[in-house]
Ligand binder design. Structure first.
Ligand code: NAP
Length: 248
């Protein structure tokens, strides 16, 4: 049976690095994206050019119907999913809690945490031995923000990642005897274009001196931990968190 991996938000940043690295380790990869088809196409092209298997699927993973279509497409094209990385996520412009509104909160929470629940549901239905599946592994891409709270920047984003941590803990126990491991990584200050969406493209450069290691991280450094957690090398690891934030 081959390893079939879905990476949500796999077209750019951390998700793209995970997709590329997992493909080199033999996973057939579904690169999910929401709107940047060109970026996802380039990731798929790099993987297939190197002899791997990948294809891209557009789906807004905050929407249940689109998540169901995503998983059904993978069933058909690659076979039953054995690994899921809940990576898709967004930030919103930096600000204080007293500047927030309902529209922003709905977008942040549906994109960052509803998506992880909806995708985990579809994955468990296919992986769980209780549902006749072979088992599998889920890795949630949380954030150092879940520990630090992101005051003055985006407490709402940090809270969505706090929910991701709780999902990791609860689901890991729920399915521990059904062959599924659930873990999380908590990156911080990683060099991707996400910071531009928060209104500050140079955010990592401005803040990296605050980290004990004195530098920001690269998406590939996060991918190494994600792919390890997915792998059989981590066969006794569940409900765990790896902090990838330069020591903070
Ligand atoms: P990024 O470069 O902005 O990439 C985000 C990815 O998520 C894109 O591929 C985007 O798709 C996808 N996406 C967004 N909303 C989606 C939706 N509704 N449905 C499907 N895909 C969606 O961000 P990144 O920095 O790599 O972040 C990846 C994850 O790491 C996020 O969960 C983020 O919170 C977390 N993280 C990042 C950092 C950091 O410093 N960068 C630190 C801690 C945690 P399109 O390309 O189609 O737009």
């Amino acid at each position: 049976m081959r390893n079939v991996l879905i990476v949500t938000g796999g077209g750019r940043g951390i998700g793209a690095a995970v997709s590329r690295l997992a493909a080199t380790r033999g996973y057939a990869v579904c690169v999910n994206y929401r709107s940047d088809a060109e970026a996802a196409r380039k990731v798929v092209q790099a993987i297939t050019a190197a002899g791997g298997t990948a294809f891209a699927v557009a789906a807004d993973v905050s929407r249940q119907a689109e998540v169901e279509r995503l998983f059904q497409t993978v069933d058909r094209e690659l076979g039953r999913v054995t690994a899921l990385v809940n990576n898709a996520g967004v930030v919103a412009p930096q600000g204080r809690v007293d500047q927030l509104d309902e529209q922003r909160l709905t977008r942040l929470f549906t994109t960052n945490i509803n998506s992880a629940f909806l995708c985990s549901k579809e994955a468990v239905l296919r992986m769980s031995t209780a549902h006749g599946g072979p088992g599998g592994a889920i890795v949630n891409v949380s954030s150092a923000a879940s520990r630090l709270g992101s005051p003055g920047e985006y407490v709402d984003y940090a809270a969505s990642k706090g929910a991701m941590d709780t999902l990791t803990t609860g689901l890991s126990v729920e399915v521990a005897r059904e062959g599924i491991r659930v873990n999380a990584v908590r990156p911080g200050f990683i060099r991707t274009t996400m910071h531009a969406d928060g209104g500050e493209p140079g955010r990592v450069d401005r803040l990296q001196h605050l980290l004990p290691m004195g530098r920001g991280g690269e998406p590939e450094e996060v991918a190494e931990a994600v792919v390890w957690l997915l792998s059989e090398a981590a066969s006794f690891v569940t409900g765990s968190f790896i902090d990838l934030a330069g020591g903070k």
